[in-house]
Design a binder for this molecule. Structure first.
Ligand code: F0G
Length: 456
C-alpha cells in the first residue's frame, strides 16, 4: 500500500465553522489586517502554529484523570521523570509551564552582559531570553539554510567553521553555552544531522563549552536522521533520540510540540551545581520542582505524549503528511521553502508575489489573502515579524504549521487547493502599510491597511 493513513481513529470531534467571503472580509478588516487579532471561531483551518495545538490520545486523557495534584512529590512527577530519564538519560529534569520558561531560567543563570550564545538559529523567544540576560545571540546556520531553494537534506546544520572562528575571536570564556535548535524552526523546520551535532559537540568539548539543545521537535529531527542520514535507516528512532541527548549537557524543551500536549515544558541539566541554581530560580516564579508551574494532570499527559511521539508509524505519518502538502504546492508551481520541513510548509512570499515591494509586507499580504479566500489562518515570518525601518530579514515567509493529529488529508487537500488558487490570482494581491504598531514584537498587535495599487 502506498497511502500512509492517519494512524488513529477519531473519538471526539470539534466542529469548525465555515464563513462567507463577505464575513471574512469584514472580520479581517476589523482585525486591522492582523491574523493574531481574529477570534479562533472565525477561522476554518488554523495553521497559525503547531505549538500547544495537538490532539491528545485516549491514553493521555486517561492520564489527565490519573493526575496526582499533590503539591510536593506527586506520583505524576515521578512518572514523567522516569519517562524522560529513560528517553534522554538526564537526571536533573525540571518541569516548566512551557519552553520559554525553561529558556528564561537557563539564561537568567548563565547569561550576562559580554557573554555570547551561538545557535544554528535562535527561535524568537530564545533570542529574547538570551538578550534579556544582557548576552548576545549569534546565528551560525550553514549558508544553504538561508537559501529557500537549496535542497540540502540537513539545512538546519551549524557552520562548524564559523563556530570555530567565533570561539577564536571572542574566547571560549565568553561563551557560557552553545545551543542547537532541532529542528530549526526559524530556518523552515529543517533538520540537523547527527554528524553535525557530533561535530559541534566535539568543538564545544575541546573548548570546555557546554553543549545545549533546544529540543522542541527532537522526535521529528530524529526521524529525518533515520530517513536521510547514511547508515541510519535501520536504527530505531528512540536510539537516535538517545544518542542526540547523550551528546548534550542540557536541553530546553517545549512540550507543546513533540510532547503532544497543550501546555508544558522541561529544562534538562547534567551539572549538579547548575541544576541547584536553576531549581531555586524555578521555585521563584514557576513552582515547586516536582510540578514547575503545571498541574499534576499536565505532567501525566506529557509523560504519555513523549512515549507516543516515538511511535514510528506516527512519525512516518507526521513527516509524510507535511511533505504531502509541500509536494502538492510544488507540483502546481507554488514557490515554497524546500525541502518541506518537519512541522510546517513555508511559502516563499518574495517569489509568490514579486510585484509587491519588500517594504510593503509581501508575506503578510499573502497570509491575509489566504484567510480571505479560504478561512485558513497562517503566520507571516518575514518583514512584519523581524524587519524594521532599516533592516529586512533574509527570507520573507508565510508558515503553514500543521497541528499534530488534528487535521485529516481532506483538510490538507483543501489547504493546497486554496493556496494554488491564490497563486493563480497572485497579481491581484496588493501590498500593505502599517497604520499603527508598538515598538517591540509589532507583528502581534500591529494594524495595517492595503496600499492603493500593486506599485503605489
Ligand atoms: N524553541 C523553538 C524552536 C520553538 O519553536 C518555540 C515555540 C520555543 C522554543 C518556545 O516554546 O512556546 O513553549 O514557550 N514555538 C512556537 C511556534 C510558539 O509557533 O513556533 P514555548
Amino acid at each position: 500500500m502506498k497511502t500512509i493513513i492517519e494512524p488513529f481513529r477519531i473519538k471526539v470531534v470539534e466542529p469548525i465553522r465555515m464563513t462567507t467571503a463577505e464575513q471574512r472580509d469584514r472580520l479581517i478588516h476589523a482585525a486591522g489586517l492582523n491574523l493574531f487579532a481574529l477570534r479562533a471561531e472565525d477561522v476554518l483551518i488554523d495553521l497559525l502554529t503547531d505549538s500547544g495545538t495537538s490532539a491528545m490520545s485516549s491514553e493521555q486523557w486517561a492520564g489527565i484523570m490519573r493526575g496526582d495534584e499533590s503539591y510536593a512529590g506527586a506520583t505524576s512527577f515521578f512518572r514523567l521523570h522516569s519517562r524522560v530519564h529513560d528517553m534522554t538519560g538526564f537526571d536533573h529534569i525540571l518541569p516548566t509551564h512551557q519552553g520559554r520558561a525553561s529558556e528564561r531560567i537557563l539564561f537568567d543563570t548563565v547569561g550576562a552582559p559580554g557573554k555570547i550564545v551561538p545557535n544554528n538559529n535562535h527561535f524568537d523567544t530564545t533570542r529574547a531570553n538570551v538578550e534579556h540576560s544582557g548576552a548576545e545571540a549569534v546565528d551560525l546556520v550553514i549558508d544553504e539554510g538561508h537559501d529557500p531553494q537549496s535542497r540540502h537534506p540537513f539545512k538546519g546544520n551549524m557552520n562548524v567553521q564559523k563556530l570555530r572562528a567565533l570561539i577564536e575571536r571572542v574566547g571560549a570564556e565568553r561563551i557560557p553555552l552553545c545551543m542547537m535548535t532541532i529542528t530549526n524552526n526559524t530556518g523552515g523546520g529543517q533538520p540537523v544531522s547527527l554528524a553535525n551535532l557530533r561535530e559541534v559537540q566535539e568543538v564545544c568539548r575541546f573548548h570546555g563549552i557546554p553543549f545545549f539543545l533546544d529540543a522542541c521537535r527532537f522526535a521529528e529531527n530524529a526521524y529525518f536522521i533515520k530517513m536521510r542520514e547514511p547508515g541510519m535507516q535501520d536504527r530505531p528512532v528512540d536510539s537516535i533520540v538517545r544518542e542526540v541527548f547523550d551528546l548534550a549537557d542540557g536541553a530546553t524543551i517545549s512540550g507543546k510540540k513533540d510532547g503532544l500536549v497543550n501546555i508544558g515544558g522541561l529544562l534538562l541539566l547534567r551539572d549538579e551545581a547548575l541544576a541547584r541554581e536553576a531549581r531555586n530560580n524555578l521555585i521563584l516564579t514557576e513552582g515547586f520542582p516536582t510540578y514547575g508551574g503545571l498541574a499534576g494532570r499536565d505532567l501525566e499527559a506529557l509523560a504519555q505524549g513523549f512515549a507516543e511521539v516515538l511511535d514510528e508509524s506516527y512519525l512516518a505519518y507526521r513527516i509524510r503528511s507535511v511533505a504531502y502538502l509541500g509536494e502538492k504546492l510544488i507540483e502546481s508551481g507554488v514557490p515554497i521553502l524546500e525541502p518541506p520541513g518537519g512541522h510546517a510548509i513555508y511559502l516563499d512570499a518574495r517569489r509568490f508575489c514579486p510585484h509587491i515591494p519588500a517594504e510593503q509586507f509581501p508575506g503578510q499580504a499573502v497570509a491575509i489573502a489566504i484567510y480571505r479566500l479560504a478561512g485558513i489562518r497562517t503566520v507571516e515570518i518575514g518583514s512584519l515579524m523581524f524587519g524594521s525601518e532599516n533592516t529586512q530579514p533574509t527570507m520573507e515567509l508565510v508558515r503553514l504549521a500543521i497541528p499534530r493529529r488534528v487535521y485529516t488529508q481532506s483538510h490538507i487537500d483543501y489547504v493546497a487547493e486554496a493556496v494554488v488558487e491564490l497563486h493563480e490570482r497572485r497579481h491581484e494581491l496588493r501590498g500593505l502599510r502599517i497604520v499603527e504598531a508598538p515598538v517591540a514584537l509589532r507583528h502581534f498587535t500591529a494594524r495595517l491597511e492595503e496600499v492603493e495599487s500593486p506599485t503605489a
